[in-house]
Design a protein around this ligand. Structure first.
Ligand code: HSE
Length: 429
């Protein structure tokens, strides 16, 4: 057992950072035994030094994060400040000055993961970021290490707790979107500005990271198709129920059937109640992985919060410290497959389309003809008429998103189609 401690610099001491510091103290003996050397909190960079930070020696607190990562005696920098800058510069500076990095920064990894991995490799250091995707749930290392001998074909997950809380509330109470969002805000599940969550930006960053690791290829945030969930209505949930489904905001990363390309997308979708993801309630996250040899796997747990996210950070910290002691590094970026990321139009799935139409002879035939002309095969049609108007619900067989988009554009041009009330993809069947 080495007695000289490994020195850790903590960048950020908010909800996650303060939990990391707390667990480092309360679990110090176990961490020492597991790593093979003590770990010492050598500095904590914060924006507001005046805030009381229970359990942290005030002498360790600094506002000069740059000086901290440049010290030269730091073994591991833990970055939990989030955002692109100054996090990116601090991480690269940390590598240049001999430290490995543990980060929880999904936005940065989704945007600049390749450059950061290259910087880590250039300096022979580790870059670990288990906490960047789905909080406490072990995903990055299972995909990167445990499944390294398998071939992953699809990763489909609920990777945003705020939106899952809102959708679950709508499902269980019949509430509309705004009412459910208001409750999520009041309970602290949604931020005052919920845009990043409800518009799918947060989930898209996580999808980019997961797709890149799962398919050994580079997938950036810009490659991920994104649709938020603000348009989902109580009527959509009623339709979903009639089909034996619920609605979830899903991040879906897929290898094309021919294996030559991949896609990554985030959007609300209907999934059958029998699918394991349908039972993920409240603010929980879960990721369903399908691979050649293992078959189907599901990873489930809390996807946010100080303590769960700190659990993932601490797991990385132990791994990186062990690597330091054996003068090794863990696996870096694996992008050898270099598969192109196909546009959304190439995605093939099923669709649930709800139309408001005139209730008169020939309308159903007209609508069916438009589907046929675009090569989209209809699975079921359900019609409910009232006072000369009708609601027509069409569920299709599998078709490309491009074909479905063409179909909907043509439907909108029909005089007898008063409006397209909703289009929802149907996944997980
Ligand atoms: N806002 C995110 C969520 C937190 O609701 O899941 C974790 O990224």
């Amino acid at each position: 057992m080495r007695t000289r401690p490994l020195k850790v610099a903590l960048l950020g001491c908010g909800v996650v950072g303060s939990e990391v510091a707390r667990i480092m103290t309360t679990h110090a003996d176990d961490l020492t035994a597991r790593i093979g050397a003590p770990v010492e909190l050598a500095g904590v960079a914060v924006r507001r030094p005046d805030r009381v930070r229970e359990g942290i020696d005030p002498a360790l607190v600094t506002t000069d994060a740059t000086a901290l990562v440049k010290r030269g005696d730091i073994d591991v920098v833990v970055e939990v400040i989030g955002g692109i800058e100054p996090a990116r510069t601090l991480i690269t500076t940390a590598f240049e000055h001999g430290a490995s990095v543990v980060s929880a920064n999904k936005a940065l990894l989704a945007q600049d993961g390749a450059a950061l991995h290259a910087a880590a490799e250039e300096h022979g250091k580790d870059l670990y970021y288990e906490a960047a995707v789905a909080g406490a749930i072990p995903l990055i290392r299972p995909l990167r290490e445990s499944l390294a001998g398998d071939k992953i074909n699809r990763v489909m997950g609920i990777v945003n707790g705020t939106t899952n809380f809102i959708l679950d509330k709508m499902d269980s109470t019949g509430a509309g979107y705004q009412e459910a969002l208001d409750e999520a805000t009041a309970l602290g599940y949604a931020e005052a500005d919920p845009t990043a969550d409800v518009e799918g930006f947060d989930a898209a960053a996580k999808a980019a990271i997961l797709a890149g690791i799962a398919f050994h290829t580079r997938v950036r945030l810009d490659d991920v198709y994104r649709e938020g969930m603000t348009e989902v209505t109580a009527a959509d949930f009623a339709s979903a129920k009639e089909m034996g489904c619920t609605i979830k905001l899903l991040a879906i990363c897929e290898r094309a059937a021919d294996g030559a390309s991949v896609t990554a997308r985030v959007h609300p979708a209907m999934i059958p109640l029998s699918h394991p993801l349908a039972s993920v309630r409240g603010a929980y996250n879960a990721v369903f992985v399908e691979s050649d040899a293992a078959g189907q796997l599901m990873f489930y747990g809390p996807g946010a919060g100080g303590s769960p996210t700190a659990s993932a950070v601490l797991g990385d910290l132990v791994a990186v410290c062990r690597n330091r002691l054996s003068d090794a590094t863990g696996p870096g970026e694996s992008a050898y497959a270099a598969l192109p990321v196909s546009p959304m139009g190439d995605v093939v799935t099923r669709y649930h389309i709800s139309l408001d139409v005139a209730d008169k002879p020939g309308v159903l035939a007209q609508v069916a003809t438009v589907f046929a002309e675009h090569g989209v095969s209809i699975d079921t049609v359900r019609q409910q008429g009232k006072d000369g108007e009708a609601s027509l619900v069409v569920v299709t067989h599998r078709a490309s998103d491009a074909a479905l988009t063409g179909t909907v554009e043509a439907l909108r041009k029909l005089d007898t189609v008063r409006g397209v009330a909703s289009i929802m993809r149907v996944e997980g069947e």
